[in-house]
Design a protein around this ligand. Structure first.
Ligand SMILES: Cc1cc2nc3c(=O)[nH]c(=O)nc-3n(C[C@H](O)[C@H](O)[C@H](O)COP(=O)(O)OP(=O)(O)OC[C@H]3O[C@@H](n4cnc5c(N)ncnc54)[C@H](O)[C@@H]3O)c2cc1C
Length: 382
């Protein structure tokens, strides 16, 4: 049985508790899905998450805008991740891809949110380039003024939903200032002339991922999200909200690993008794349980802080992501160890978790970058 006692913590309201039960029921009835064709599986997941209303939580209603509820995003991501990493991915990317529009979009741009919220349109967030992964301010892709609009030229890589997205939020150098001060965000529908998928990227836990080419792609001035030159701020504000939710996904993976380990330790007979009777095994399980609860405290602290009106949660979100993803890796590693040979057998739940957790320590700010952020905030006395 998955531990749900954390739902009694003061971070949550009854609305969150009801939602947690509902997403648990939905996940148990609908997940996991087959991952054979990840593009088809993702499209189908977006349709079903949209049909059943879950995607309404990824972006505000354009008619009656209200702030995103980060605790809701975290509860949904944690639960989906516990059942199926690809479902969490499909949900999360709708939020991240639409995030800049939710936070800074014009009325016209916000019309897309109707379609991302009901599962009709798939969103993508295109920030990374070959030479600017962690070093975001080093973006080379250019946005050159051309009459009333801009011409986009360059490449993006490691773009989730690349190849299946209906639109990409693209960050490019528009030149209002040096480095981070000269970037703008653009809403770019897929299929514009000059846009192409240069390469599909395969990773250890498959999901749609691609390198994209923009060869003199024309976009109107109305494609700029927020003001020209605000691209870096828009990217960082979006990541500020969604970073804690990466921690929530890691937490879901870790909880599942702990659940699987408890089942295994109780049922596996070794040396004349259950595995769970061995004290070293109990020590592992205790460490796993502490890591899960500590990660949950940091994730939901960050979410609660944002939901209670903090303009930025840079420190809290960085701590949540760093700790939760690192400790989930350790929890899952112990789960694999305690499953013995079965732990590395293809198709075993903990083998899948072992592959799924890894990228979370790299994307949306690698662990080392989170440490720099936390140290800087701490040294400033934040
Ligand atoms: C599965 C997956 C999905 C992704 N999805 C998206 C997406 O949808 N959109 C998007 O824009 N990008 C996406 N990315 C890209 C991701 O954000 C980058 O991979 C990440 O920012 C790291 O950039 P990089 O790969 O260029 O590594 P580099 O920047 O080259 O960094 C390599 C390593 O160096 C270390 N490092 C980096 N900076 C520092 C530092 N300051 N001090 C010490 N060590 C440091 C870290 O260990 C880091 O992992 C995705 C990546 C993956 C793996």
């Amino acid at each position: 049985m998955t531990d749900k006692t954390f739902l009694n913590w003061p971070f949550f309201t009854d609305r969150h508790r009801t939602l947690a039960e509902a997403i648990e029921r939905w996940s148990a009835a609908n997940l996991p899905v087959g991952h054979g064709d990840v593009d088809a599986a993702c499209r189908d997941l977006v349709v079903r998450l949209g049909r059943d209303g879950w995607l309404t939580h990824t972006a505000p209603d354009p008619e009656t805008p209200s702030p995103l509820d980060v605790r809701t995003l975290c509860l949904i991501r944690e639960t989906l991740a516990r059942h199926d990493g690809l479902a969490d991915f499909a949900f999360a990317m709708q939020g991240l891809g639409a995030g800049p529009i939710s936070l800074f979009g014009s009325t016209e741009q916000r019309r897309w949110l109707h379609r991302t919220r009901n599962g009709e349109a798939i969103a993508a967030f295109a920030l990374t380039e070959q030479r600017s992964g962690s070093d975001v301010a080093n973006i080379a892709m250019t946005a050159t003024r051309d009459g009333d609009g801009y011409i986009l030229d360059g490449e993006k890589t490691w773009i989730s939903n690349g190849g299946i997205a209906d639109f990409y939020v693209v960050f490019a150098r528009s030149g209002e200032g040096p480095a981070a001060k000269g970037l703008s965000a653009f809403l770019v529908p897929a299929g514009l002339p000059g846009f192409s998928v240069a390469e599909r990227i395969e990773v250890i836990a498959p999901h749609p991922l691609a390198r994209l080419t923009f060869n003199r792609v024309p976009v109107p001035a109305s494609a700029v999200i927020g003001a020209p030159g605000d691209g870096f701020k828009i990217a960082m504000s979006t990541l500020d909200i969604f970073r804690a939710t990466v921690g929530a996904a890691a937490l879901g993976f870790a909880r599942r690993a702990l659940d699987e380990t408890v089942k295994r330790a109780r049922s596996r007979e070794l040396f004349g008794g259950p595995l769970a009777d061995l004290q070293i095994v109990q020590s592992y399980i205790a460490e796993m349980a502490v890591d899960v609860d500590a990660a949950a405290l940091l994730v939901y602290r960050a979410a609660w802080t944002k939901d209670n009106g903090a303009p930025r949660v840079t420190r809290e979100a960085a701590m949540a992501k760093l700790f939760s993803t690192d400790r989930a890796q350790a929890v899952i590693d112990k789960a694999v160890q305690l499953h013995g040979g079965d732990g590395v057998r293809h198709g075993n739940v903990v083998e899948r978790l072992y592959r799924e957790i890894r990228a979370l320590r790299i994307y949306e700010g690698a662990s080392e970058v989170q440490k720099i952020v936390i140290a800087r905030q701490t040294l400033m006395g934040a």
